[in-house]
Design a protein around this ligand. Structure first.
Ligand SMILES: Nc1ncnc2c1ncn2[C@@H]1O[C@H](COP(=O)(O)OP(=O)(O)OP(=O)(O)O)[C@@H](O)[C@H]1O
Ligand SMILES: [Mg+2]
Length: 398
């Protein structure tokens, strides 16, 4: 049997060491992570996906109850066991309401500890078998969304990464984000994930590739999104072909509900493959003449590809009429309706990119985050059987 991975969350170093010591005697359990604060626990839980989390209640900053709530909402596959001291019954009750499955009263013996961990884990396994979500069954539907533009710097990466995060957070959807900007991709930087492998390494191993193997090449962002980063050096891009891209997308389709693809501003064969294989394409534009002209010719090219009308959605980023071009004029030139508007908000967008925290997670109150969350919801609605909306998602924002 594979060992049960455990994360210990406690602000006291001594307590963590003691627990580790107690667990070192168990053959079935392995401590894979430690966190000293609630915030750290949430981030690490997202990255490490431990089977079981031992959670202290009282910690400075985000306490164990809040952390439990966050984790059971976003990483429901990790089982939280609350550690409390005698007399904290009110807290324990709150923690159980927040999603903890078991609790342990401090001080506990090694046997008590490992028995509780194993019991909680086994119960979780039983529960999962019973209520296996769609994603784990064969009939899983997988959808591909490519974020594209024939113009650079219009916000493709910003929109693709925040869209992926918004979709992952909206429910139990498994989301992969592929950086197909093969020369200059910066998804990994924008999401601040540490890159171990990239699409180049994956391509090198082709031949013996199956989907469980491919999984190892994706890194987990703490939102749950699994990222396949672009090559670390621009010159590696040329080794990646349309065939590779097709194969990668097909492999990811086996395990992900949504595959979001960020692209470079070109019709390179790899991008074309991704466009062909997409269920939806978001064309990103801004409201300045060079971009509009460029996007227009991009759309003309796509017309020759004979994609169905509702496969392509035009998204206007940094949308504002204040620089002299009106939305209506833009639509007239493109001969297409604007499907969604994303407002300009450098403060939020740039700060979030610099910190590596997607704004759809950390700044949900902003209009720009709201716009992307609306796009995510509308795409999911369309892709799960609803008809495409005739009117744009949001006409105006103040
Ligand atoms: N809605 C927005 N409001 C303010 N700034 C934005 C917005 N969207 C994107 N930006 C900023 O515009 C710049 C370009 O964005 P991004 O890197 O996402 O574009 P891109 O199309 O992926 O570019 P490239 O073609 O270089 O890959 C970044 O500095 C980003 O922070
Ligand atoms: Mg980009």
């Amino acid at each position: 049997m594979e060992k049960i991975s455990v994360m210990i969350v406690d602000d006291s170093y001594e307590t963590r060491s003691n627990i580790k010591q107690l667990l070192s005697f168990s053959r079935n359990i392995r401590v894979t992570a430690e966190a000293a604060t609630g915030e750290e626990a949430v981030v690490l839980a997202g990255e490490m996906r431990p089977d079981v989390i031992l959670m202290d209640i009282n910690m400075p900053g985000m306490d164990g109850i809040k952390a439990t709530e966050e984790i059971s909402l976003n990483m429901p596959d990790s089982v939280v066991i609350i550690m409390s001291v005698q007399g904290e019954t009110e807290y324990v009750r709150k923690a159980m309401t927040a999603g903890a499955r078991e609790y342990l009263c401090k001080p506990f013996s090694g046997d008590e500890l490992s028995e509780t961990i194993i019991r909680a884990y086994e119960n979780e396994m039983k529960r999962r078998e019973k209520f296996a979500p769609l994603s784990e069954k064969k009939e899983m539907k997988s959808r591909v969304i490519t974020v594209f533009s024939t113009k650079g710097g219009v916000g493709k990466t910003t929109i693709a990464s925040n869209l992926a995060v918004a979709m992952a957070r909206s429910g139990k959807k498994r989301v992969a984000l592929v950086d197909l900007d093969l020369q200059f991709g910066d998804v990994a930087i924008m999401l601040n994930v540490s890159v171990k492998n990239t699409i180049s390494d994956l391509v090198k191993e082709f031949g013996q590739l199956d989907d469980s193997f491919a999984e190892d090449y994706l890194v987990t962002h703490f939102s749950g999104v699994r990222v396949l980063p672009a090559p670390v050096k621009p010159e590696y891009a040329e080794y990646i072909t349309a065939n590779h891209v097709e194969k990668i997308i097909n492999i990811l389709r086996e395990s992900y509900n949504y595959i979001i693809i960020d692209t470079s501003a070109s019709f390179h064969e790899t991008v074309l493959t991704s466009l062909d294989m997409s269920d939806k394409i978001l064309i990103i534009s801004t409201l300045d003449l060079p971009t509009i002209k460029n996007v227009k010719s991009g759309l003309d090219v796509m017309e020759t590809l004979n994609y169905p009308q509702d496969k392509i959605h035009v998204v206007l980023n940094k949308a504002s009429e204040q620089f002299g071009i009106r939305f209506r004029d833009f639509e007239d030139v493109l001969r297409r309706q604007i499907w969604a508007y994303v407002p300009e908000d450098s403060q939020t967008v740039v700060t979030s990119a610099n910190k590596g925290f997607p704004f759809v997670m950390t700044r949900t109150e902003t209009k720009v985050a709201r716009a992307i969350i609306d796009i995510a919801n509308e795409l999911m609605r369309e892709l799960e059987g609803g008809a495409a909306k005739k009117s744009p998602i949001k006409r105006l924002f103040g």
